[in-house]
Design a binder for this molecule. Structure first.
Ligand code: PEP
Ligand code: MN
Length: 353
């Protein structure tokens, strides 16, 4: 159930309703909107009796939620969620988020070379795994904490925000400390204890769609994170498993407008894992921006032939630059914009590691 407060409800009235919800044994999630505050209720197994809440000062109405998810739903919050990472970097606003970098952090030299290139082209966020969930136990598993230290050095040197994956509760604690956004990968989309731990983290979470997850399963996974009190969740479509074999996965771009209709959360597209082929990343990036994605997650490598993972789907820096310029033109058609490459000239904040 949702408790919709009146437009001019006083903060004290909102607090009193939250207190009452907690007294009834549930959890209250007050979500301010542009015109009024909505309070989501979780922790109830059956229907919640609206009577004691309905009668309280400042309450406009109590409405049952028609979907299995509540907090991620547009019914709770009409406006789009914009995740603010500080220093003018936001995900879900008018400016599209461009997150670029290698599949895995391999060395300081590799990460710095790629960071310099993507920043010069306009990226404001850097990706790179220090913990890699690989199909084979015999392939490169990531540098672990050393990789996170390299990422923190990238932030200090280039002023890029860091997005990096946590694969279990232990790595999540470290990723929370070193990174700016905690990535939960496709293989962990339904790792419910990890989702709950991410919900208690103090940093935003980028949640990737599972390999064969339905839209409802995807939104319910996000709901786990919000239900624990972390409302800064960014979704990411990265392709699903189908019968086709011309691409690594089938990038489901139709999920973007579907998510936009049902949820207020921002959603990005990852055409790198979505296609698995370098030459398909540019066309699918154009399409992702056209269909209304809030940004792109892209793998870029300066020496893809020597990459320790996913080299065949990694863009060369020059291809990344071309992608930025082409999608910039498409973005204007859908009333969005890309970050300016001129930002590369601004002073780099130092000592943030
Ligand atoms: C990644 O983005 O580094 C990754 C492992 O992707 P996914 O979880 O979508 O396979
Ligand atoms: Mn990868």
């Amino acid at each position: 159930m949702l408790v919709m407060m009146q437009a001019h409800a006083a903060p004290d009235e909102i607090r009193a309703v939250c207190r009452k919800i907690e007294e009834l044994g549930y959890r209250a999630h007050p979500i301010p909107g542009s015109t009024r505050t909505a309070i989501g209720i979780t922790g109830n197994l059956g229907a919640v009796d609206p009577a004691p809440l309905q009668a309280m000062a400042g309450v406009a109405e109590c409405i049952p939620v028609s979907k299995p998810y509540k907090l991620v739903s547009r019914e709770l919050k009409e406006e789009n969620t914009v995740v603010d990472l500080g220093d003018g970097v936001r995900i879900g606003g008018e400016e599209l988020a461009i997150i670029a970098g290698p599949c895995a952090v391999e060395s300081r030299e590799q990460a710095f070379a790629i960071a310099a290139a993507v920043r010069a082209a306009g990226a404001r966020l850097f990706r790179g795994g220090a913990y890699k969930p690989r199909t084979s136990p015999y392939t490169f598993q990531g540098l672990g904490e050393e990789g996170l230290q390299i990422l923190a050095a990238v932030r200090a040197e280039f002023g890029l925000k860091i997005v990096t994956e946590a694969v279990d509760n232990e790595s999540l604690e470290l990723v929370e400390r070193y990174g700016d956004v905690i990535q939960i990968g496709a293989r962990n989309m339904q790792n419910f204890s990890l989702l709950k731990r991410a919900g208690r983290a103090g940093k935003p979470v980028l949640l990737k769609r599972g390999l064969s997850a339905t839209l409802d399963e995807f939104l319910m996974a996000a709901e786990y994170i919000l239900a624990e009190g972390n409302y800064n969740v960014i979704l990411c479509e990265r392709g699903v498993r189908t019968f086709t074999d011309h691409t690594r996965n089938t990038l489901d771009l139709a999920v973007i407008p579907a998510v936009k209709r049902l949820s207020h959360l921002p959603i990005l597209v990852d055409p790198s894992h979505g296609t698995g082929r370098r030459e398909k990343v540019l066309p699918l990036s154009r399409a992702a921006v056209a269909v209304g994605a809030d940004g792109l997650l892209l793998e870029v490598h300066h020496q893809p032939d020597q990459a320790l993972s996913d080299g065949y789907q990694s863009l060369l820096p020059a291809q990344f630059e071309q992608l930025i310029e082409e999608t910039r033109q498409i973005a204007t058609v859908v009333h969005r914009r890309l970050p300016s490459a001129r930002l590369a000239d601004r002073a780099v904040p130092t000592g943030q590691a």
